[in-house]
Design a protein around this ligand. Structure first.
Ligand code: SAM
Length: 297
């Protein structure tokens, strides 16, 4: 080893979670670091996880495992609804959710409503793996608060995806009842809403309150899990609610999945069904708030 290498400074990005857990990533170099009107935004090139986007020091996207989150947030509702034509994505300025939606031939338009223009700008420059989808002609990017957007829009959607940060700052109302009343208003009859629903281990109270809000407003409610590398604890969830009676298991179109030949890296038919089978502690926490499936998973 040269003297140079021996003394080279090691840089690490550390995400602190709830004050008692730290996740550390070895950083090769910083590609982007700016404070926007809403948050601190950093994109770094890491050892082992590829490029990573951090908002306020919290990992949003890593090239290594972004497929898990984006495939699960998009394909689960897309193979339950019989034909999503218009979709709305709230948050998600990295573009990964939009990318997965666009893989479905039924999609005619996707509107992305991201509050922070710098997230879009930073990802367009340094995270092409997700952000390139934003250049597709079916996509309209709107820089606005998603809460205000759904309260004011006359548009109607078959699918709304809430691809938000944790419930801090401007994302807090995205977890509240007024927002979901507006989401219901902008959903077509039979439409679906899927939301980033945090961790069953760390955010049991939040999951319960989300399901309480959804089950009061929507015909059907469910929660499903996925496992990734970069969110604290690894096991995280999405909620799914139907403005009607679509069942995430009974109405899952396995034949359409086979025909689509998507070649996903995480999502498949068994994962679709298995994701809705919850560990006992999570099931007990959400007791009484989940709709029965039309058929067993
Ligand atoms: N996969 C992610 C995660 O949970 O780590 C979410 C990624 S995406 C980058 C989340 C985005 O939601 C952020 O860029 C943030 O600016 C945006 N956001 C937060 N509150 C919002 C609001 N009220 N309206 C629209 N976008 C919002």
């Amino acid at each position: 080893m040269s003297d140079d290498a021996k003394h080279r400074l090691e840089l690490w990005a550390e995400e602190m979670h709830q004050g008692h857990l730290g996740l550390r990533y070895k950083v090769r170099r910083t590609l982007y670091s700016e404070e926007s009107a809403f948050q601190q935004i950093d994109i770094v090139e890491t050892e082992g996880f590829g490029r990573m986007l951090f908002n306020d020091g919290i990992a949003m996207v890593s090239e290594r495992d972004e497929c898990v989150y984006h495939e699960m947030i998009a394909h689960v509702p897309m193979f339950v609804h019989p034909g999503v034509r218009r979709a709305l994505v709230i948050g998600g300025g990295d573009g990964g959710t939009v990318r997965e939606l666009l893989r479905h031939p039924s999609i005619e338009s996707v509107r992305l409503v991201e509050i922070d223009p710098l997230v879009i700008e930073a990802c367009r420059e340094h995270l092409p793996v997700t952000s390139e989808a934003l250049n597709d002609e079916r996509v309209t990017v709107t820089v606005a608060d998603g809460v205000e957007f759904v309260a004011g829009t006359d548009e109607r959607y078959d699918l709304v995806i809430v691809d938000s940060t944790d419930p801090i700052g401007p994302a807090t109302p995205l977890f509240g009842p007024e927002f979901y009343a507006d989401v219901k208003r902008v959903l077509e009859p039979g439409g679906l809403v899927v939301s980033q629903a945090e961790s069953p281990f760390y955010e049991a109270g939040r999951q319960r309150s989300m399901l309480e809000i959804l089950s009061a407003a929507f015909g059907r409610t469910a929660i499903y899990n996925y496992t990734n590398l970069t969110y604290p604890g690894g096991l995280w969830s999405f909620t799914l609610a139907a403005n009607g009676d679509l069942c995430p298991i009974g109405d899952f179109d396995a034949g359409r999945f086979d025909a689509a030949n998507l070649e996903c890296r995480y999502y498949n038919k068994a994962i679709h069904r298995g994701a809705f089978i919850l560990p006992e502690f999570q099931r007990a926490n959400l007791d009484g708030l989940l709709s029965p499936f039309k058929v067993e998973p």
